[in-house]
Ligand binder design. Sequence first.
Ligand SMILES: Cc1cc2nc3c(=O)[nH]c(=O)nc-3n(C[C@H](O)[C@H](O)[C@H](O)COP(=O)(O)OP(=O)(O)OC[C@H]3O[C@@H](n4cnc5c(N)ncnc54)[C@H](O)[C@@H]3O)c2cc1C
Length: 497
Amino acid sequence: MEKKKEIIIIGSGLGGLATALRLTKEGYKVKILEKHSKPGGRLNQLKIEGFTFDVGPSFMSMSFELNELFDSYKIPNPIKLKELDPLYQVFFENREKPFKVWKTLSNLEKEFKEIEPNLAAKTERYLKRAGEFFHDTEGKVVKSNYNNLIDYLLQLASVPKKHIPYLFKTMWSEVEKNFESEEIRVIFSLVAFFLGSTPFETPAIYSLLNYTEMKHDGYWKVEGGMYKIVEEIVKILSAEGVEFHYNTEIVGVDNSNGKLYSLLDHKGKKWTADIFISNSDAASFRGKVLNRKKFSEEKLDKMDWTLAPFTIYLGVKGKIDGLMHHNYFLGNNFRGYANTIFTSSISPQKPYYYVNVSSKSFPECAPEGCENIFILCPVPDRRFKNNWDDKEELSRNIIDDLSKRINFDINKNTLVKEIYSPVEWESMFNLYKGSGLGLAHGINQVGAFRPKNKDEEFPNLYYVGASTTPGTGLPMVIISSKLVTERILKDHGRVIS
Ligand SMILES: Cc1cc2nc3c(=O)[nH]c(=O)nc-3n(C[C@H](O)[C@H](O)[C@H](O)COP(=O)(O)OP(=O)(O)OC[C@H]3O[C@@H](n4cnc5c(N)ncnc54)[C@H](O)[C@@H]3O)c2cc1C
């Protein structure tokens, strides 16, 4: 019997785990080396005194990508998803009551009838164009491997020409054209921040994300919490014989005959395999571990990165009626906020933030009569604000604001509390300067312009995850795992044992 080819994956984020699942099923022997003490990367879990928190992601979108991962290998899907409608609620500073954002357009129209008449028809029209772009590019551009720039440009050229103007318009101009109220414009343009820019700079083509959230698929709750995704995949991988080594950070490599020969961990141990895949950030791994000049700190600093997370985890006594599973708290100076948030060197004075309370849907995440509150406030990355010694102060500022806006004294009822500033996010998962979603998605950093999933020098080194193709977010890194698997199978073949 032919010996199975051995693959080492550096990192156990969703990108790494999904790739491990695919390659194990293709007959490879897989080992995962992880810096952190637990699997999942940013999709992680925190347990404190009876409270369970999802550490990072809380929204599951494009659920068909998660389903594809299991379906393509005929594995019974162990993840139970429940669709959200309303999707979330939004608190504006100058309004007493929050707005619920419904996926069902007749409900959405009722919710906003005072400030945005005929909203259902307007949204239908807006999403129709966004949807056309989504379907015209999904297969050709997003789910394709490119061998070179020409290959990419040829794929782009096959996208219908009617979409070209939307590359040059901004997302804000598109929402301004379609909607009259500031509130709806702000709500529909929030997704730009996830891509690493503001709606005043992001091309209008990215309104396709509104289409995926409002029409195509929506947002989903993962029964038991987001970390179930990790637990279930790890269970399958362990049964398949995949080895996990935690607290193992790769800091260097050895090569031989033009190939990558072994990895060096922080304790000096060497790890050999036939093929290696980095789930560590595709840009900073090339710089920090491989010492590539094109990815030196100076070059990485000049790239565009998504905002850094400032997160607070609170176990609170009492049930809070004003909060839903997903909630946004926004101020009333959207343009001013957008213009300064990426590059400010001080903590936001009037923070915009998101609040997740998974105990609203899954009571087992908090002791009886309590809520688990997760607050995410996007802040500048460490290129702009390096020192986060003021984290307690920013946390107090946010909690005081939240208490006022929901009319519930959180400070008085807090049983447990944990804060992660960009410093902790960087050190836990090697996120470059604390950037939460990795490289941004301007047109100069997507497709063939994004760090490739196949190494430029070593023919047996590949990449998967948020900073390689196609991009960031849970569904995108699942697609990334499919793309890198296709590359490896093309280069090294399926293994029959
Ligand atoms: C606060 C926050 C909220 C988010 N919310 C959402 C959301 O609601 N929905 C959504 O779709 N997406 C969301 N995202 C984005 C999503 O989390 C990421 O796009 C996705 O999880 C990235 O997965 P990955 O596999 O690329 O990388 P990671 O999850 O970062 O995994 C990489 C792994 O590699 C390990 N590693 C790194 N370097 C080394 C090394 N040298 N040696 C060994 N191991 C190493 C890390 O420790 C980590 O475990 C959010 C992100 C953050 C930070």
